[in-house]
Design a protein around this ligand. Structure first.
Ligand code: AMP
Length: 287
């Protein structure tokens, strides 16, 4: 595995592979890799000849009050994890390589970014869209793999790719969970043991809501109420949002129709840690 630090070198490596008719899959990450990231890497390996993992803790997607400084980092661990899982190139630029003096461009996507994460993390998706566009231009991939864990992000990336005509196929890979259901996340290390135990309420509440849908509940208000009251069984939980919405547009319909795809979206604070999770489910036909 080769470590690549500059955009110019990354572009020339990718161009070389493309000339050889080899396909490239890119896996964008902020590092501190866990099994969720590794599952994306494995998916990349399955579908493409060449796998590029990008490792960049992108300052522009963190608001000033967020955890950019304390975001966990462990380059040696990440390098080994990539090497052991078939990564060909680890693209590891520093901040001045990505944002040199005078950098002055921001990609702003409307509508899909204006709810949920966009409300609670203003500017977050501008940072994500801009850095992902730059990472695509550096790595020149045929495929890019993203985790369903960041559900709204996957919608934003799809919009980026279609609106700006990136010739990249976006693949969304399922959320990898701990045995007790907590979605794996680099931020889980912030949780103390008590909080870690309490965090299981997220997946439990999502599953309760899923059960209600499967039993025929289609009313969004009732589903939201069930989801929220279940989450609030843990008094330390502070909900940013907990909602069931239509999965493609995030529309807040009053009543869901059979065969409609919906997503159960949760973001909350537990102590100093912000956690997100989601599940997509199809509204069943019940006679
Ligand atoms: P991050 O390093 O947190 O920016 O995540 C990099 C990529 O890994 C994103 O596409 C995430 O959605 C994905 N990812 C993070 N956690 C998980 C998980 N538990 N399961 C699957 N993918 C994940």
């Amino acid at each position: 595995m080769e470590i690549v630090k500059t955009i110019a070198e990354m572009q020339s490596i990718s161009t070389k592979h493309r000339k050889r008719m080899e396909t490239i899959a890119c896996v964008p990450t902020m590092g501190y890799l866990h099994e969720g990231h590794i599952s994306l890497l494995k998916k990349a390996k399955e579908i493409a000849d060449i796998v590029i993992v990008t490792l960049f803790v992108n300052p522009t997607q963190f608001a000033p009050n967020e955890d950019f400084e304390r975001y966990p980092r462990d380059f040696e661990h990440d390098r080994t994890a990539c090497e052991e899982n078939g990564c060909d190139y680890l693209f590891y630029p520093d901040t001045t390589e990505m944002y040199p003096n005078g950098f002055n461009t921001t990609i702003k996507i409307r509508t899909v970014t204006e709810k949920f994460e966009g409300v609670h993390r203003p500017g977050h998706f501008d940072g994500v869209a801009t850095v992902v566009a730059k990472l695509f231009n550096a790595t020149l991939p045929d495929f890019a793999i993203f985790g369903q864990k960041d559900y709204q992000q996957t919608l934003v990336i799809r919009k980026l790719v279609s609106d700006l005509n990136f010739p990249v196929e976006i693949i969304v890979s399922p959320t990898i969970r701990e045995v007790d259901g907590l979605a794996k996340s680099s931020r889980n290390v912030y949780l103390d043991p008590e909080e870690r135990q309490k965090a299981t309420i997220i997946y439990k509440s999502i599953n309760k809501t899923k059960d209600a849908i499967n039993k025929g509940e289609r009313n969004r208000y009732k589903l939201n109420e069930l989801l929220r009251s279940s989450l609030l069984q843990v008094p330390e939980v502070k909900i940013d949002y907990a909602e069931v919405v239509e999965a493609e547009t995030l529309s807040e319909l009053q009543e869901f129709e059979p065969n409609m795809k919906v997503v159960i979206l949760v973001a909350l604070h537990l102590g100093k840690t912000r956690l997100i999770d989601n599940e997509v489910i199809t509204i069943p036909k019940i006679d």
